[in-house]
Structures are given as structure tokens and as C-alpha cells.
Design a protein around this ligand. Structure first.
Ligand SMILES: CC1=C(CCC(=O)O)c2cc3nc(cc4[nH]c(cc5[nH]c(cc1n2)c(C)c5CCC(=O)O)c(CCC(=O)O)c4C)C(CCC(=O)O)=C3C
Ligand SMILES: [Fe+2]
Length: 376
């Protein structure tokens, strides 16, 4: 047995994810949950519902989270980290409030949260914290004492998140026809968000064009492009950060270009092949399976442009090991020890506690696990 690892003061980890439908009858109620009060056009919802129906009404995200849970439990057990791992979602069963209630009834008082979103932004961070605050309020209304919740820092630049994606790109390049491998471009993709949300993402000092959201993605893209250059011996391979999965009304500006427009533009410029690298996502969920593997891949076929799509980290054991590292780092720092946070790239490790004004909401709402949390 390995020497026991110390995660005090934490007594449990909560994997907090988006959630997704598990069958055709779940699709519409799931979309209603996601879009409550968010003003997404009806047409867009119908279209997104069709994406789910195309896959039997089942989002792959739930099985991917089950696989990640298994990987985390195995990694923790193999390394002597005695920390129970729970799973709750923002938009579908198992619902966050139900999981937190179970955790409280199992006696857990200090809970660390791992969100399946690696970057800053309202949608990728504060919205998760708002849902945590809502669930804590629901428990309080039931007469339960809300547990104390902390959220792990953004892990976009942790080597356990970046390294598997580098390998994914190398594998994708190997899948392309040999004569275009060397000249293939890389298209790093992430979820488009309104430019107003991007510009205010991150801490107050980071606000500005594109905000922390764009900066963080560019840092990861550059890290991957540099490593791929080194390992293939092909220097100067062109790459670009592009966007996908836009929703919202057409007159509201969102981050661009869209991956499909980008493929068209590259093709017209004579680029012989493109590897799509979905760095914005933790697993191959619907955004990846539909927007990239179905829609963008069909677009490329229509153009006659060879493309490959590289893997997300999913349940890669190196990602599970990274989460163990982040848990131990945060636990040590909560105990007042000198910790050495691990981060690649130029931005350094992200903050442990989201400060005031971080990734603001359009309409201010209570958010847990931040400096402005009513529960800290
Ligand atoms: C930044 C970001 C991530 C990455 C970080 C993270 O992972 O959190 C992400 C992930 C996901 N988004 C997902 C699904 C959806 N997102 C929607 C809508 C929206 N997402 C947005 C942003 C993001 N989304 C935004 C700005 C909107 C517009 C509405 C609003 O302002 O809130 C809608 C409504 C329909 C539509 O508009 O597309 C759906 C169904 C699923 C589940 C997939 C599955 O089932 O496999 C996942 C993992
Ligand atoms: Fe989304």
C-alpha cells in the first residue's frame, strides 16, 4: 500500500458537470432546464434537440462522467488518497442538489468541487458557482446545515490536461493521408460565447478584449502547437483558435470565426488538410460529436478537405492524476502549507478563489465558492 495522502481539511470531492439526456423523453425537459431564463431562440432549441435525437436522445456526457469517476476513484485508491468522489450535474440527473444532500447526510462538511470546464468565463465558471449557491440555499431551506464548498482552480494549463491533447493531435496527424500530414493546419476549437462575456471573463485586471477566456485558450493552443512542432520536427505549422456551437440571437456578437467558415476559408486559401483540436472541452460530448464530427466534418467532405478531429482528455489516467495533484495542492494550501502549483505556459496557475468581479453575470446572483460567496 502506498503511504496515505492527506486531503484534510477536505472530506469529499464532487464532480460537477453539465448533465445531458439519457433517452428521447429527456431531451426537451433537459433543454428547458439548460435554457431557463436565458433567452435562446426557439429555432435554435429545435435544432439542438435534433442533434440529440440523431444520437437516440442520449448525450454521451453522462457515460463520459461515469468513466471519469471510475478513473478518479482508481487513481485515488492506487495512490493512497482516501477521498470519496461524488457526481452531480447542473442540468440533469443526478442533480447537484440531490448529490449535495447525499453528501451532507453521509457526514461531509468540507467539499471540494471539480467542474468539467477547464477555463474562466461566466458559462464555464460563475454559472457553476451560481448553481452551487442555489443548491446550498435549497438544502438550507430543507433545514440542513449547508456544507462548505471550494472549487478547484482552472486546470487548462495543467500538464495532465495539455499532454493528452498533444498526443491526440499527433494521432490525428497520423490519420491524415501521408502527403498532407506535414502541411496540415491546426484549428483549435472552443465554445463560442458572446463577445461581451469573453471581454469580462477572468479577474478584473484581465478584462479587456477577449478577456481571460481567449487568453487562456490561446496559451493552451500555443503549448500544443509548440509540442507538436517539436515532436514532429515540423516547425511553423500554422494554427488558429476558432469557435463552435454558437447560439443566441444573430444580432448579438459572439466569438468568431466559426469552425465551418474557417474550414471553408482554409480550403479556399489552398490549405490541404486541417486537424480540429477541441481544447475547450473536457470530453467528447455532444458539442464535439455533433458540431465537429457531424457538421464540420460534413462541411469538410463537401469541400473535399481532409480533416481529422483529435481526442479530448475524457477519462485519461493522466487527467485523473492531475486532479489528484490539484486536490493535494489545494488541501495543502488550505492547511497553510507552502505549495508549488503546477502550470505550463505563460499565464501561471489560476487563482484558488474567484475574486470579486470575476466573470460577472448579466444579472448579479449569489455564487458559491468565491470571494463573494455568502457561504464561505
Ligand atoms: C463555454 C461553454 C461550455 C464549455 C464549458 C463547460 O463545459 O461548461 C459549454 C458546455 C456545454 N454546453 C452543453 C449544452 C448546451 N449549451 C447550451 C447553451 C450555451 N452554452 C454556452 C457556453 C458553454 N457551454 C453558452 C454561452 C450558451 C448559450 C446560453 C447561455 O447563455 O447560457 C445549450 C442550449 C442550446 C444551445 O444554445 O446550444 C445546450 C444544450 C453541454 C452538454 C453537452 C452534451 O449534452 O453532451 C456542455 C458540456
Ligand atoms: Fe453550452
Amino acid at each position: 500500500m502506498p503511504e496515505a495522502l492527506d486531503s484534510t481539511p477536505y472530506d469529499a470531492l464532487l464532480l460537477l458537470s453539465f448533465g445531458g439526456p439519457e433517452g428521447p423523453d429527456d431531451v426537451v425537459p433537459f433543454l428547458e432546464n439548460v435554457t431557463k431564463g436565458r433567452g435562446i431562440p426557439k429555432e435554435r432549441l429545435k435544432e439542438v434537440g435534433q442533434h440529440y435525437f440523431l444520437f437516440g436522445g442520449v448525450s454521451p456526457i453522462n457515460d463520459q462522467n461515469r468513466a471519469l469517476l471510475d478513473a478518479l476513484r482508481k487513481d485515488f485508491a492506487d495512490h493512497g488518497l482516501d477521498l470519496p468522489v461524488y457526481w452531480g450535474n447542473r442540468n440533469w440527473a443526478p442533480y447537484l442538489t440531490d448529490t449535495l444532500r447525499d453528501m451532507v447526510s453521509d457526514g461531509h462538511r468540507r467539499i471540494l468541487v471539480l467542474a468539467t470546464s477547464a477555463y474562466a468565463s461566466y458559462s464555464g465558471c460563475r454559472q457553476y458557482r451560481e448553481n452551487l449557491a442555489d443548491s446550498l440555499a435549497a438544502l438550507a431551506a430543507e433545514g440542513l446545515e449547508p456544507p462548505r464548498i471550494d472549487k478547484l482552480r482552472h486546470y487548462f494549463n495543467h500538464p495532465g490536461f495539455v499532454r493528452p491533447m498533444i498526443d491526440g493531435v499527433l494521432q490525428s496527424l497520423a490519420q491524415l493521408p501521408e502527403d498532407v500530414r506535414e502541411s496540415a493546419h491546426l484549428a483549435f476549437t472552443t465554445h463560442s460565447i458572446p463577445t461581451a462575456a469573453a471581454d469580462t471573463s477572468g479577474t478584473v485586471g484581465e478584462h479587456g478584449e477577449g478577456g481571460a477566456y481567449v487568453k487562456q485558450h490561446l496559451d493552451v493552443a500555443r503549448l500544443i502547437a509548440d509540442a507538436v512542432a517539436e515532436e514532429t520536427g515540423v516547425a511553423g505549422r500554422p494554427w488558429q483558435l476558432v469557435y463552435q456551437s454558437r447560439s443566441g440571437a444573430p444580432h448579438i456578437p459572439w466569438l468568431e470565426p466559426d469552425i465551418c467558415d474557417h474550414l471553408e476559408e482554409r480550403h479556399e486559401a489552398g490549405v490541404p488538410a486541417v486537424v480540429m483540436v477541441p481544447i475547450g472541452f473536457v470530453s467528447d460530448h455532444m458539442e464535439v460529436l455533433y458540431d465537429l464530427d457531424t457538421e464540420a466534418t460534413a462541411k469538410a467532405a463537401e469541400l473535399g478537405l481532409p480533416v481529422a478531429r483529435s481526442a479530448t482528455v475524457g477519462a485519461d489516467p493522466r487527467f485523473a492524476a492531475a486532479i489528484r495533484d490539484l486536490v493535494l495542492e489545494r488541501a495543502g494550501s488550505e492547511r497553510g502549507e507552502d505549495v508549488r502549483p503546477c502550470a505550463l505556459g505563460t499565464l501561471g496557475p489560476s487563482h484558488d478563489l474567484c475574486p470579486l468581479g470575476c466573470c460577472p453575470a448579466r444579472t448579479p446572483k449569489p455564487a458559491a465558492a468565491g470571494a463573494d460567496s455568502p457561504y464561505v
